[in-house]
Design a protein around this ligand. Sequence first.
Ligand code: PEP
Ligand code: MG
Length: 327
Amino acid sequence: RRAAFAALRDLPPETRDGHRLTLMVNAGLRDDVAALDLTGADGIGLFRTEFQFLVSATLPQRERQQRLYREVLEAAGERPVIFRTVDIGGDKALPYLQHDGADEENPAMGWRALRLSLERDGLMKAQARALIEAAAGRTLNVMFPMVSEPWEFDEARALFDAQRTFLAGRGKRLPIEIRYGAMLEVPALAEQLDLLLPKLDFLSIGTNDLTQFLFAADRANPKLAERYDWLSPSILRFIRRIVGPAREAGVNLAVCGEMGGRPLEAMALMGLGIDRLSITPAAVGPVKAMVRSLNYGALKDFMDELLVRPPRDLRAPLTAWAEQQGV
Ligand code: PEP
Ligand code: MG
């Protein structure tokens, strides 16, 4: 099977009836970029910049951050890379960064990600400068994690714009364009989509955190792991609600959580109208094989029907449909 997946490397993730999925990979370290050539992926849909912070004994200085970002961009070449600003704090506490994460009762819902970045803005300013300088002469894609309300996106973007202006004033070579996106992983943000979408170049649904917040179920608690399924009517209907408004606003919509790396889940997402996925590199072959055996029109009809009066377990009917279709 591995050889069969490798043979798919240079073939597009396109359905039998000609619907093209954009298939990207998640990455976080310099060496992960090799996955682009190994898998034939369309780009990096989620570069988790906090990895560099988590593996360092001391706070990575701006120059070190910049070096990593430039190496990643150079290795990616023409393919886009979406850099997510640091998602640290809470359960991803850093010993060298003074904060009270360890004492929080609910660190996953605590002082983390953009919440921390907007307060500790020295950290975010350094990261903004590192990213902007690293992307000189190219397009820079920046994504903010754990956006809960539109004003948080505005503040984060303003911070980047200010750094851009600062660097321009010092005669630095700038990116051709900076594109800004948000992660949708806090359910509250979905209630203000109409206000958020006009501000965005792209939006990416983080189903790992979204699931835990939507179900109020800790994603790291093994006692709950079996209880809430990614293929639940609540998750699928929630995601479906985002698709139409994003398309109307002309905002690229992706899913970058682990869910998209499982072929059956990826199929369900496509059936909801998601046509961009960013997944773990090892999943590219299996997901591409699924996509290439799919009839997209038939899938859309099946999903629409299935979500009208969904049974408790969607895994069984989705599996049966896939088998019957030869997926
Ligand atoms: C997510 O929450 O789905 C996501 C992609 O981000 P992370 O797993 O890094 O929290
Ligand atoms: Mg997340």
